[in-house]
Design a protein around this ligand. Structure first.
Ligand SMILES: [Zn+2]
Length: 392
């Protein structure tokens, strides 16, 4: 199950001066292409979904596919929420399987960016999930994503970056040093001295947004100066779109499957090329050895209802539990069931999936859990057996 801790993955990349591609995907066809490309390159990778794209697809099933694909892949992989807009989105991303999240408040004044990012860090760290913040502003140029990032570029200041990381405790920092979201015209000028200064001051993995369209030696220069994660979308989307346009030109009556036929291979080829430029090719084995596996926890509570509890009351309690417990941050799934086979000691039970072992404690003390457990559940279930099982 090489779904790995993203902190370990990016620390390995940072220490060894290569960058992991964070490939933004919008459907399972892109997911497959990205995985094929990374396997060909023997590269670790981050499967990334951007909240700004959620008007084009439902993140629930797409993230479920990412989790399933990561678990059966031989590569070390992490799953990331890109450009999270609010605390609610962070919470939802973790519930859907992301084990790394970004809160993007980079368009706001410094103090407000600190305040929002700090709140996201508190929430995500209680779930064991690392956080990427952004300081400075990576504007959009042209391309499908560009209009989502209006305004002018603001370069990241090393002084502010140091204060930002100290106050927010982010694990990774996205910096603005001359790249733009979307397509570039010509080769951009990167402020590599600024990047090196930020790296010396912070010592944490840095992130580049707007990674499309640089020259191979520029990617190398970024990785040598502390960039451990490069977000990559536009080049993949353009490679995919070119195959659709070509198919439509070749046969204007082409059906959907013909139009999409070459998308996966185009995404795979571009992903492989990116992994090689980022210095990540051939690193899968050593990265896997350096990363803790990402383990979910199943919180199991078996119980016997009190004598005299009637069916309607029991059903109402279960319904309330399903609703309330699912709202606790880090809870991925709430299952309630009744025994269909086995011993009679425990006729009913909950199986609640936590994003990681860190959630055990956060869940226990969370007001929503306490309100349900003390107010409703325990009085109706005096006999209980509970345990937390880490995947092993
Ligand atoms: Zn971005």
């Amino acid at each position: 199950m090489p779904l790995v801790d993203m902190r370990d993955l990016l620390r390995h990349a940072h220490a060894n001066r290569y960058a992991v591609g964070a490939f933004d995907l919008v459907d399972t066809r892109m997911l497959e292409g990205i995985l094929v490309g990374c396997e060909r390159a023997g590269a670790p990778a981050i499967l990334s979904v951007a909240e700004s794209h959620f008007r084009h697809f439902d993140p629930g099933p797409v993230l479920a596919a990412c989790v399933a694909a990561a678990r059966r892949s031989p590569l070390p992989l992490a799953i990331h929420l890109d450009h999270g807009e609010s605390l609610e989105s962070i919470e939802r991303g973790i519930a859907l399987g992301c084990n790394g999240v970004m809160l993007d408040a980079s368009h706001l004044p410094f103090a407000e960016n600190v305040r929002r990012t700090r709140a996201a860090v508190e929430l995500a760290h209680a779930c064991g999930v690392p956080v990427e913040g952004e300081l400075g502003y990576v504007a959009g140029a042209e391309g499908e994503d560009a209009e989502l990032h209006p305004g002018e570029i603001v370069y990241t200041s090393p002084d502010e970056a140091e204060a930002f990381v100290a106050r927010t405790q982010v694990d990774f920092l996205a910096v603005s040093i001359g790249t733009v979201h979307g397509r570039l015209r010509g080769t951009p000028r990167l402020d590599l001295e600024r990047l090196a200064a930020i790296d010396r001051r912070l010592g944490i993995p840095l992130v580049i947004h707007g990674g499309t369209g640089l020259a191979a030696e520029q990617y190398r220069a970024l990785a040598e100066r502390g960039v451990a994660k490069i977000n990559y979308f536009t080049a993949l989307a353009d490679a995919a779109a070119r195959t659709v346009h070509a198919a439509a030109r070749e046969d204007p009556q082409a059906g959907l499957l013909r139009l999409l036929r070459d998308v996966r291979e185009a995404v795979a080829a571009e992903t492989e090329r990116a992994c090689r430029m980022f210095g990540a090719a051939g690193r899968a084995g050593e990265a896997l050895a350096a990363c803790r596996p990402w383990r979910e926890v199943e919180h199991v509570v078996l119980y016997r209802p009190r004598e005299g509890l009637d069916g309607a009351e029991l059903a109402a309690m279960v319904e309330e539990g399903r609703r309330q417990l699912a709202k606790v941050p880090g809870v991925r799934r709430v299952f309630h069931g009744r025994k269909v086979a086995g011993r009679d000691d425990w006729p009913l039970g909950w199986v609640i999936r936590f994003a990681s072992a860190a959630v055990v404690e956060a869940y226990r003390d969370h007001p929503l859990h306490l309100a349900f457990a003390d107010g409703r559940f325990r009085p109706n279930a005096p006999e209980r057996l509970s345990l937390d099982l880490e995947e092993w």
